[in-house]
Design a protein around this ligand. Sequence first.
Ligand code: NAD
Length: 504
Amino acid sequence: MSSTLEHSDTAEAVTTFDSLDPATGDLVGTHRVCSAANVDAAVGRARDAVDWWGNLSFDDRADFLLTWRSVITRRIAQLADLSHRETGKPHGDAQLEIVLAIDHIAWAAKNAKKVLGPRKVSPGLLMTNQAATVAYHPLGVIGVIGPWNYPVFTPMGSIAYALAAGNAVVFKPSEYTPGVGQWLADSFREVVHGRDVLQVVTGLGDTGNALCRARIDKLAFTGSGRTGKKVMAACAENLTPVIIEAGGKDALIVDEDADLPKAAEAALWGGMSNAGQTCIGTERVYVHEKVFDAFMTEILAQADGLRAGSDSGAQIGPITMPSQLDVIRSHIDDAVARGAKVALGGPGAVGERFVQPTILTHVPEDSTEITEETFGPTLAINPVASMDEAVRLTNATDYGLAGAVFSKANGPSIARRIRSGMTSINSVIAFAAVPGLPFGGVGQSGFGRIHGPDGLREFTYAKATTRQKFAPMMNLTSFTRTAATDGKVAQLITLLHGGKQTLR
Ligand code: NAD
């Protein structure tokens, strides 16, 4: 950290922090630590900007968002390179994440009018003289706090949907990926001719805390559950509503009739891609005991040659956050100490910056490798006697983010029984790339939804309006109401609801 410059918002000295390349330790960029005064000033500017942005038509907002989408698409190599340098993830993976985010911007832009625009509602028999409508209005200024593991895709799930709904956004990116956050805000600023519709406030946890305490209308947080609780507590002071997208411990279930090569390919990629640093990554695998050995032969064959490194042949990058190395090491050590078998990698797989792919089997269900989010390239693969047992163990977690099922015959029935926000059948994390599907979890994985119609409505309030078309037959909301009217009301309600008629 170093003190430099004077800041325009407050004329106070500015503290800075560095973002480093986790593969090499090289400096990627220096960013300012925004103070509470800086955050408040940004929220104030956003409040002004929303007067313009929030009053545009859905079509005009869609035009701006679709232009932004095109700008990001044309500059995708530049953004992917920055993400690669800040997170360490391979360039292709960085690009893939941006591709998905672009698709979400387009979906949010094109669907906001249909999902949020005014819609007629049947007034019901008692109120036939009314014309009822509901519309979804923007909340105002949305604070977004993001993690580093998918620095484009993850915050975009809140940013694009909040903007499409007519809000201004103040975004606090992770201190590991401030450059990516700044890039996104700068590119949007170009599109809206310098207006403060999407701003970035860089900094550490204190800056995030200041955003929670600022006069925002909702806070969308993505990160660890531990920080999520602090965010909720800070937001509670102003009764600011929150969305919490927290961690997971997702399981992939393999039934006896599954296509084993495809299931193994999915488990390997779900567990190891992005060096396992994926909230919806596969951390546990439950395989029907009848196909367990065949599955293990398959996944180990496919894992042959897969390795972490910074050279072009390595498909797994470094661990972005150095402190996570100790967590990964402790989970592997705990599992092995309790009797897990090492099929690949193992305790020696954790290096100074990289973790080599590790596959453990017969992992005790009470070891941290099963109970806590590991966030590294490890898989715990256990045999199960039945799909009932697979579902029971899958659900025996405090988390409930996502998961996958591989079965030719029983995918939907197994998926329905999994207590999580999202499940892919015969593929892995496919739901994240379907823009119309809601994204979010239950339990310690958080609450609230981004993506899809639910994700748009999340950044709005429902506005109910009803207009009297003609005078009612009986005026019920008047002190002139008579006993005769009350009698008619009793007759009417008996006629409408007094019978034993059921839905069928
Ligand atoms: P983190 O909780 O350490 O940090 C997240 C963000 O919160 C960062 O921007 C950080 O600066 C900020 N922050 C820290 N202290 C704060 C405070 N007191 N008040 C306000 N903000 C504060 O998480 P991380 O390490 O960046 O991300 C990894 C975690 O995110 C994992 O648990 C992962 O599963 C989760 N994640 C969840 C999803 C999802 O959609 N459910 C997506 C991606 C990542």
